[in-house]
Design a binder for this molecule. Structure first.
Ligand SMILES: Nc1ncnc2c1ncn2[C@@H]1O[C@H](COP(=O)(O)OP(=O)(O)OP(=O)(O)O)[C@@H](O)[C@H]1O
Ligand SMILES: [Mg+2]
Length: 68
């Protein structure tokens, strides 16, 4: 079987989401800000960033993504 199970529901991460409201607010005010997301393999870093990016986009922010 080769099935991927992905929860459509984004669970938890309330504290982390609240913490990132600060750099988002700074960006909204025109100031540069950054946040470093770290964690164990598979803990949910990519999902967290994707959810935040979607929310920021829905709130009217321009979201740019790069990769290396
Ligand atoms: N808060 C969450 N709610 C629901 N599902 C989640 C959540 N966080 C992560 N997942 C799911 O868990 C799986 C692993 O998450 P993800 O790929 O984001 O981890 P990662 O930390 O980026 O992994 P890697 O270290 O391999 O890059 C994915 O299927 C993702 O959708
Ligand atoms: Mg990842």
């Amino acid at each position: 079987m080769n099935a991927r199970v992905v929860s459509p529901v984004f669970v938890g991460r309330r504290d982390e989401t609240a913490a990132l409201a600060v750099p988002l607010q700074l960006a909204h005010g025109g100031d540069a800000a950054f946040a470093l997301i770290g964690g164990e393999a598979g803990v949910g870093k990519t999902r967290f960033v994707a959810e935040l990016a979607a929310r920021a986009s829905a709130a009217g922010f321009t979201v740019l993504a790069g990769a290396a």
